[in-house]
Ligand binder design. Sequence first.
Ligand code: NI
Length: 223
Amino acid sequence: MKNIKFGLIALSVATAAPSALAFQQGDIVVRAGLTNVSPDDSSSNIFVGSDLGVDLSVGDDTQLGLNIAYFVTDRLNIEVLAATPFTHDVDFGVSDPLGTGDRLGEVTHLPPTITLNYYFNTPSSAFQPYVGAGINYTVFFDEGFTSANDAAGLKNLSLDNSFGFSAQVGVDYMVNEQWFINGSVRWIDIDTEASFNLNGTPGSVNSIEIDPMVYTISLGYRF
Ligand code: NI
């Protein structure tokens, strides 16, 4: 009986001790840092009465990135990605059919993303890598043309919100049991379409694939 008790204690110590750095069920982690959204964009041509023969391009932006994750098991967490709003320049793809400068305008968006991550959970390593898959909802707002384009008759730019998949790889480098440094690379499928008016004539871009790579470097804390 004593031997069995000792065996159980030894077993519980053996399973608990090496996981000081690895995450455990019930852990809550919070990360804050810099997030860069770098579109791998393509679009159909701009259409206003007829095909203008030119497409759009979307620039990149870096903002404060925040995320919080809860470990439902030692290896699985559910993570919510939030950020301050990203603002992207929108340009003509190649030429400038209206002669109003290459920059068409800008759009602002928030890309909240919920991800299920799997940790490889190497017990005694400071490096805790993970892979994840999730869903994203991107909300566009404050869409607008530059004043030069507005003066040329371009008005009422609007982009549809987007719902799509995301996938990521990341690693937490444990500085100690509480603090860690995180790096992640994420792909988000963000597809939208744009509508606007040019001197009262409705215009559209029917397919805009933004599909960004999202790079984050942050400082994390485990509760
Ligand atoms: Ni896409």
